[in-house]
Design a protein around this ligand. Structure first.
Ligand code: PMV
Length: 318
């Protein structure tokens, strides 16, 4: 008897970086994201004698997964589980694999163990694994903010279709995990308080831009949020530099397209990959321009997608 759930990564257009100095894995700043469609994490859970986590065909001792299961078990009856997870995109390289991973796991565990959670409770479960995972429970445009830090849908995926290209500029996992990097920024950057203080204003402006479907306003705000977050990372001690030369080249190419009137913007997370978001009718132009950047390996293509969902298997009580 096993249960399978599917979830998609999300990309924050308004970034969160830094956690509160409190239990519950609470972000220090609000965020706004888009859930993608073609990138997928598929996770199957089954009862076992002890916990085992297999990722992309290999058994891995993932401390975050074990810690998260332990925190879920404080509130819910969850037996030892075999967890088998597969990503159809590069893992741990700034592509939000932990977001789709914990959203899929929370969804599978909820159904498998008959926890009967609401969508909001499931997003809280996912958030304990990775704060960004709370957003992958929902599709389309999603917000995550205090005081309750429960992710909420803002606009469904069909309401404002956009195209996303992910330019892969390097393979392999990132050098500093987002959890470690955030803690480093919180404890060492002279700019951390200013980042937190300005977040609500940025959030309100972006929420308004999304509700008005104002692409240019969204593009300005998303690029500003991304560069502000990377300035914070660079000002940490030791500095966090997630980019490589190809990352910068891609950013310049997107900037040049924008200056030429193309409706596109770029964003980068805790890794070297560049995500370009554009209107559907600009897709060919954007993909062509990124494809010409020397050092870009693959370009992944996605639209906006749905929230986490079950794929097969009946819910059952543990
Ligand atoms: O919650 P985490 O550990 O997946 O960290 C996410 C951090 C960023 O992707 C850089 C920003 C965000 O809001 O998703």
């Amino acid at each position: 008897m096993q249960t399978t759930a599917v979830a998609h990564p999300n990309i924050a257009l308004l970034k969160y970086w830094g956690k509160q100095d409190a239990p519950g894995n609470l972000p220090a700043t609000p965020s706004l994201s888009i859930t993608l469609d073609s990138l997928t994490t598929t996770t199957t859970v089954a009862e076992a004698d002890f916990d085992q986590f297999r990722l992309n065909g290999q058994v891995v001792a993932d401390a975050k997964v074990l810690r998260t299961l332990a925190s879920w078990r404080r509130h819910h009856p969850i037996p030892p589980l075999t967890i088998t997870s597969h990503n159809n995109f590069p893992t741990a390289a700034g592509l939000a694999s932990s977001a789709s991973g914990f959203a899929a796991l929370a969804t599978a565990v909820d159904a498998h163990c008959g926890l009967d959670l609401t969508q909001v409770e499931r997003s809280e479960l996912a958030r304990r694994g990775s704060a960004s995972a709370a957003r992958s429970i929902h599709g389309g445009f999603v917000i995550l903010r205090g005081p309750d830090w429960q992710a909420q849908p803002l606009l469904p995926e069909a309401a404002w279709p956009l195209q996303v290209f992910v330019a892969i500029t390097a393979a392999g996992p990132k050098a500093v995990s987002s959890t470690a990097g955030m803690e480093r920024s919180r404890t060492s950057s002279p700019y951390f308080d200013a980042w937190v203080a300005s977040a609500e204003v940025d959030f309100a402006a972006m929420r308004q831009a999304v509700c008005a479907r104002d692409f240019n306003a969204l593009a300005d705000l998303a690029e500003a949020s991304c560069l502000k977050m990377h300035a914070l990372m660079l000002s940490s001690h030791p500095p966090l530099l997630y980019w490589n030369g190809v990352t910068v080249e891609c950013l310049q190419v997107i900037r040049a397209l924008r200056e030429d009137g193309c409706q596109v913007f770029a964003t980068v997370d805790a890794g070297p990959q560049v995500k370009a978001v554009c209107k559907l009718d600009e897709a060919k132009r954007v993909e062509g321009a990124l494809g010409q950047v020397a050092g870009v390996g693959r370009i992944l293509r996605a639209g906006l997608g749905p929230g986490a969902a079950l794929r097969q298997g009946r819910p059952r009580s543990c």
